[in-house]
Ligand binder design. Structure first.
Ligand code: DG2
Length: 247
């Protein structure tokens, strides 16, 4: 038995503006900072004490982890980071307004790009102002692994090696693990953990800043459904994520 806690970063500046973000490295909004601190307090109140932390290499997840850990008195914990926990690369949609995109392309195409399992948005050009091509943090990423767009299936494929190689060994050592990542990289992980079908994953939305706890069995499968540490707030926030792009 091991405990795994998933935490989507607090609200980002682009979440507030309603822009597709993906790999664009935006920071937290003031509300997002508060959400991150509250996430740490929720861990503390629930008596959950992570022993190791994994984050993406994006500022909004890193800051969220730091603020949550500080609130929980755990800023000293070992932290590992990987691009494999990054948000889904949103391709040419990065920097675009979600509501405008929905109005321009229609509900069906918007939802295909946003929530289908295997339809990626068009790729981003390397010279686009919102491309990550040439970003120093990906210098060691072989060029063929550097995404120009991703669907959720691509995220599952690049996230799972990190799950098996880096996170599972921590769980196998009996450690309580905190993963701080993103709406879609966490959807990919929850899909794997709960065995959600390619069709049903479209209906799963993850709110910002509310820890989601799993107890795992010896095969690193959940013994029951994931449990949000503030279920009432999670319910409303999940609805808000689902409705993004509707104005
Ligand atoms: C959001 C998710 O990512 O957007 O890339 O726009 O979790 O890093 O804020 P996050 C983005 P949706 O897929 O929910 O539209």
């Amino acid at each position: 038995m091991a405990t795994l806690v998933l935490l989507r970063h607090g609200e980002s500046e682009w979440n507030v503006k309603g822009l597709f973000t993906g790999w664009v490295d935006v920071t937290l909004s003031p509300t997002g900072e508060d959400e991150a601190r509250r996430g740490g307090q929720l861990l503390l109140d629930a008596g959950i004490s992570p022993e190791v932390v994994h984050t993406s290499v994006l500022t909004r997840a890193i800051k969220t982890a730091n603020l949550a850990l500080e609130a929980a008195g755990l800023l000293w914990l070992p932290v590992r980071r990987s691009w494999r926990l990054n948000e889904r690369h949103y391709g040419a949609l990065q920097g675009k307004d979600k509501a405008q995109t929905r109005a321009e392309f229609g509900d069906e195409q918007f939802m295909l790009w946003r929530r289908s399992y295997d339809v990626p948005p068009p790729p981003i050009a390397d010279d686009d102002e919102y491309s990550q091509y040439g970003d120093a943090r990906y210098a060691e990423l072989p060029s063929e692994l550097m995404p120009r767009t991703e669907c959720l299936k691509d995220v599952v494929d690049r996230m799972l090696p990190y799950w098996y190689d880096q996170i599972v060994p921590d769980l196998a050592a009996g450690k309580t693990v905190l993963v701080v990542a993103h709406g879609n990289s966490l959807r990919a992980l929850v899909k794997h953990l709960e065995g959600i079908s390619d069709a049903d994953i479209a209906g799963l939305n993850i709110p910002t800043g509310i820890p989601l706890r799993y107890e795992l069995d010896a095969d690193f499968r959940p013994t029951g459904p994931g449990e949000y540490l503030d279920p009432t707030a999670a319910e409303a926030a999940i609805e808000a994520v689902a409705n993004q792009g509707k104005k």
